[in-house]
Design a binder for this molecule. Structure first.
Ligand code: PGA
Length: 266
C-alpha cells in the first residue's frame, strides 16, 4: 500500500500539562520552530488552554484539538465538556486514548458514541487504539485492536467518517510514556492490519484514505523509523510534544516524508 496521497500529520497530545498562563508561549515556540507547510500540525492542550493555544497559533496553519468530548450534547454531567461547546476553540479531538480508557473506564462502545458527537460537531477525530503488553506477548495485539475498532466504529457510516477526516492512532499501551517505543515494522504491520479490518467491514478502498499515526514514546530520535514506513502517516506525540526542540525535529523529519509523497504522487 503506497501512502502517497495521505497527509503527514504530527499531533501533539499535551495531556494534563500546561496552564492558560504558559500554554500560549509554548504553542508559539512550537509554531515558530515547525513551519513546514506540507506537514499537518495539531496541538491538543487541556480544555482550559484551548483558547490560549488557539490565539497563540492564529494564522500559523496549526490545528487545535481537544483531548476528549462527552457523549451527550448537554445536561446534568458535572465537570464534562460536550462537542458543541468546543465550537470556536478546537477543530480536532482525540478520542479513546488509553489513559481515558484506564482512568475513566471508557469502553469501545462509549468511544463510538463520542465519535458520533465529534463528527456531528465538525471535529476531526483522532481515534486511539492499542494493546496492552500482555496482549501483545500473548499474540493478541491485532485481535485487540480489531475489537476496539469494531466497537468504536459500529453503526458509523464509513463515508461519513471519511468525510470527517477520521485519523486512527495506533498507540500500544506499553509504549506510552515508558521510553519503550514499538518498532517501525511492528507499527507498520498493525497499520496494515487496521486497514485490512476497515476494508473487511465495508470501507473498501476508503481504508487507504484513512491516515494512521503511531504513538508511544515517539521522539525526534526515533520518528524516522516510523515515517520510513509507507503505511504510517505521522505520530501522536505525548511527552516529547512539550519540547519545541523535539517538535522541530519531528516535524522536520515529517516534512521529508511529505515531500517524498508529493513527488511520488505528482
Ligand atoms: P508519549 O504519549 O509520547 O508520552 O508516549 C503518547 C500518547 O499517549 O499520545
Amino acid at each position: 500500500m503506497i501512502g502517497a496521497m495521505r497527509p503527514v500529520i504530527i499531533a501533539a497530545n499535551w495531556k494534563m500539562n500546561t496552564t492558560p498562563a504558559d500554554a500560549g508561549d509554548l504553542a508559539r515556540a512550537i509554531a515558530g520552530r515547525t513551519r513546514e507547510p506540507d506537514v499537518v500540525r495539531v496541538i491538543c492542550p487541556p480544555y482550559v488552554c484551548l483558547a490560549a493555544v488557539r490565539d497563540a497559533v492564529a494564522g500559523e496553519g496549526i490545528g487545535v484539538g481537544a483531548q476528549n468530548v462527552h457523549q451527550e450534547l448537554a445536561g446534568a454531567h458535572t465537570g464534562e465538556v460536550s462537542a458543541p461547546m468546543l465550537a470556536g476553540l478546537a477543530t480536532w479531538v482525540i478520542l479513546g486514548h488509553s489513559e481515558r480508557r484506564r482512568d475513566a473506564g471508557e469502553s469501545d462502545a462509549l468511544v463510538g458514541r463520542k465519535l458520533g458527537r465529534a463528527v456531528e460537531a465538525g471535529l476531526r477525530p483522532i481515534l486511539c487504539v492499542g494493546e496492552q503488553l500482555a496482549e501483545r506477548e500473548a499474540g493478541q495485539a491485532v485481535a485487540v485492536v480489531e475489537r476496539q475498532l469494531a466497537g468504536a466504529l459500529a453503526g458509523h457510516d464509513p463515508a461519513t467518517l471519511l468525510a470527517a477526516g477520521l485519523v486512527i492512532a495506533y498507540e500500544p499501551v506499553w509504549a506510552i510514556g515508558t521510553g519503550r517505543n514499538a518498532s517501525g515494522a511492528d507499527a507498520a504491520a498493525m497499520a496494515e492490519a487496521i486497514r485490512a479490518a476497515l476494508r473487511a467491514s465495508g470501507w473498501g478502498t476508503g481504508a487507504d484514505d484513512v491516515p494512521i499515526l503511531y504513538g508511544g514514546s515517539c521522539t525526534s530520535a526515533n520518528i524516522a523509523e516510523f515515517l520510513a514506513e509507507p503505511s504510517i502517516d505521522g505520530a501522536l506525540v505525548g511527552g516529547a510534544s512539550l519540547k519545541p526542540d523535539e517538535m522541530a525535529g519531528m516535524v522536520g523529519r515529517a516534512a521529508i516524508t511529505a515531500a517524498a509523497r508529493r513527488a511520488a504522487g505528482a
